[in-house]
Each structure stands twice: as structure tokens, then as C-alpha cells.
Design a protein around this ligand. Structure first.
Ligand SMILES: Nc1ncnc2c1ncn2[C@@H]1O[C@H](COP(=O)(O)OP(=O)(O)OP(=O)(O)O)[C@@H](O)[C@H]1O
Ligand SMILES: [Mg+2]
Length: 357
């Protein structure tokens, strides 16, 4: 393959040299005829030589220009541009599955500009393709999350029109409609939060405040939920000041606590603890004796819309966005979140945060 290319290239160089030779030869025979037809006296042989040379080059340029206008050569030029143009047209139509291996075959691994352009177009197409896939997955997840409560609401609203319902049944249907509407409202709330956190200018106003007081307040405001399930709350909070956005951190503790309450059966136990593990860092641990998670599940819990058990979540009203919001907020605070869990034993979520010195 390489040898054929080398032969082809040498042939091209040889053809150009031959053409130059022909042009100079032509110039050599034409100029004396020109001097005879229009006698110019007193020209030194040096000047005549110069005229010869210029005329030779002029002829060469003229022929090359003529070649470039011949469609065969124009086609050869556009042959190299066509795959790129076609790839761009495909991308403009939303198809990011492009193949520009033509340039690799043509120019090998050389640093040829065509190779570089083809590589960056392929890279761009891959990135755009991934973004498009994420967008489609997002839309399909949102539609799914909206569709199931809407189906329930429509179904039970329709059933309520019947005259043959007992008061008890009517109440039960209305409660389902209420729960499903709240689920929809929570979903839209979470989507808005996630969008605002992922925007170019997310809300972020850090200030110094007492973390232990914040955690105590969040635990107390959720007392009805954990009391309802008769959960024991074991709280050990050292006095700690952190520099963070208090409103965003509220969301973190609420989401983590809600998960522990949600995934812990009645009469279980939840523990919340602050540990100062280094001069510049603290760890907040939220521990429960709930259903736990397998290693496989733990790998996905921070992904948007991920739910280990969608059927269980249906009754709990989750949309799988809580932990992705938590992770985003912790990242904004330059912290880290880790999970330790075993099925049927419980879960421990550790939030590591930098603190004021
Ligand atoms: N403490 C926990 N114990 C057991 N499983 C958990 C716990 N916390 C999270 N999970 C698992 O991780 C999944 C994702 O949690 P996440 O908080 O993101 O969503 P969700 O609680 O299902 O819904 P949402 O938070 O949007 O209401 C949960 O569905 C559950 O399977
Ligand atoms: Mg949750």
C-alpha cells in the first residue's frame, strides 16, 4: 500500500518537473521567434535569458491554471472534502454516527491538516452523540415519571364518578389522587432544583454557620415521619462551624434523612453523628438499620432517576433524584459522599466536608 502511494507521489513530482521542462523548452524556441518578429536591439544575453526564464514560468503557470479549471482536477480536490461535508450534513440532521476513516486510509497517521480536521470532527460527533443520548434518556425518564402518577390520577378520578361507591372507597380514591399529585409536584420541584444546580450560575451563597444546630433542626422538623414508623433516633452532634450554603445543605440532610426513614422498616433505628476526623474536615454520618443495598445498587444510587426497586418506590413516591441532588451540592462544597451498606442490615452514608480553620 505504502509503496503504491510512494510510486504515485514520485509520478506526480516527475510529471510537474517534465511540464516545467516542456515550458522552458517552449519558451526557449518561442522567444527567438518573438525577437525576430519584433526586433528589440541592445538586449544583453543575460536579459534575454531572464525573459526566457520568466516566459517559461508564465507558460507553466498558465497550464497549471488551465488544469485547475478542468473538472477532472476539481473533482479530485472535492473528493477529499466530500466525506467531511457529508459528515457535517449528517450531524446537522442529528445523526452523530459518522465515519471519517477515509482520511486515515488516505493520509495514514501523518500530521496532515485533513487528518487533524477529521479527528476533531469525529471527536465532536462522539461528544454530541453522548449528549444527545443523555438528553433522550432524560426525556424518557421524565415522561415515565410523569406518566405513572397521571395514569393513577385519571383512573381514580374516573372511578370517582361512579354512584356505586361507598364513602370509604371514595375516601381511599381521593387519598390516592392526593398522594400521586404530591408525587408529581415533588418531581417537578426536584427537576427544577437539579436544573438550577446544573446551570452556569447555580445558587451558591456560602456563609459560616453551626452545622450541629442545622442537623438538629432538620431532625426535629421531620419528627412526625420517624415517630410514625416508631424509629429510634440516635443523635450525637459535636459543636462544629462550617462555611457552606445553608439552604443547599438543608436539602442534603433532608434528602438523606428521608431516605433513611423511607427505607427503614418500623421500629428500626437511625443514627446521625458528626465526627471531626482532621483539622480541616468533618464527616457527617447518617446510619440506618433499613433494607440496605447490594454492591451493584450502591454503584448507581447517585445517578438521576435510579431506584433499586421501582415497585417499592411507587408506594414511597420517590423519583430517584434525591441522591443526585445531594451529590451535586456536596461537589459544589468540595466535599465527598460515600456509601456503605449491606442488604437487610442497613446503610451508612458519610458526607465529608471541609470546615472553617
Ligand atoms: N438509606 C437507604 N437505604 C436503602 N436504600 C437506599 C437508601 N438511600 C437510597 N437508597 C437507594 O437509592 C435509590 C436512590 O435514592 P434517591 O434518594 O436518589 O431516590 P429516591 O429516594 O428513590 O427518590 P427521591 O429521593 O427522588 O424521592 C433509592 O431508590 C434506593 O433504592
Ligand atoms: Mg430519596
Amino acid at each position: 500500500m505504502k509503496i503504491i502511494k510512494m510510486v504515485k507521489k514520485s509520478g506526480e513530482v516527475l510529471a510537474i518537473l517534465l511540464l516545467l521542462l516542456l515550458c522552458w523548452t517552449a519558451a526557449f524556441y518561442i522567444t527567438p521567434w518573438f525577437f525576430q518578429a519584433f526586433p528589440i536591439h541592445q538586449l544583453s544575453s543575460y536579459k534575454m535569458q531572464m525573459i526566457d526564464t520568466f516566459f517559461g514560468f508564465f507558460l507553466f503557470g498558465l497550464i497549471m491554471y488551465g488544469f485547475s479549471k478542468i473538472s477532472f482536477f476539481q473533482e479530485k480536490q472535492s473528493l477529499f472534502l466530500r466525506p467531511m461535508i457529508e459528515a457535517m450534513a449528517k450531524m446537522a440532521q442529528g445523526n452523530f454516527n459518522i465515519d471519517l476513516s477515509f482520511y486515515k486510509k488516505e493520509f495514514g497517521n501523518r500530521n496532515h491538516p485533513f487528518n487533524e480536521i477529521a479527528e476533531s470532527i469525529t471527536h465532536m460527533a462522539t461528544e454530541l452523540g453522548e449528549m444527545e443520548q443523555m438528553r433522550q434518556e432524560f426525556i424518557s425518564n421524565v415522561s415515565h415519571e410523569i406518566q405513572s402518577p397521571l395514569t393513577s390520577i385519571t383512573g381514580f378520578a374516573h372511578a370517582l364518578k361512579s354512584d356505586h361507591l361507598s364513602d370509604e372507597e371514595r375516601m381511599q380514591y381521593l387519598e390516592i389522587i392526593e398522594v400521586e399529585s404530591m408525587r408529581l409536584s415533588k418531581l417537578s420541584d426536584n427537576l427544577l432544583k437539579l436544573t438550577s444546580l446544573e446551570s452556569d450560575h447555580p445558587p451558591f451563597e456560602p456563609k459560616s454557620y453551626r452545622l450541629d444546630q442545622q442537623l438538629r433542626r432538620v431532625i426535629l422538623s421531620n419528627e412526625p415521619q420517624w415517630r410514625n414508623k416508631n424509629l429510634e433516633m440516635d443523635v450525637s452532634l459535636n459543636k462544629v462551624t462550617i462555611n457552606a450554603d445553608e439552604e443547599l445543605m438543608d436539602q442534603v440532610w433532608i434528602n438523606l434523612l428521608h431516605n433513611s426513614i423511607k427505607f427503614t422498616p418500623n421500629n428500626g433505628k437511625i443514627g446521625v453523628e458528626i465526627i471531626k476526623n482532621a483539622a480541616d474536615r468533618i464527616t457527617v454520618t447518617i446510619k440506618d438499620t433499613g433494607i440496605g443495598m447490594t454492591k451493584e445498587v450502591q454503584m448507581h444510587i447517585f445517578e438521576r432517576f435510579y431506584k433499586a426497586d421501582p415497585s417499592r418506590n411507587r408506594s414511597n413516591g420517590g423519583s430517584g433524584l434525591g441522591l443526585s441532588i445531594v451529590k451535586k451540592i456536596i461537589e459544589m462544597h468540595k466535599g465527598d459522599i460515600q456509601v456503605e451498606s449491606s442488604p437487610n442490615k442497613g446503610t451508612e452514608l458519610k458526607v465529608i466536608l471541609p470546615i472553617d480553620q
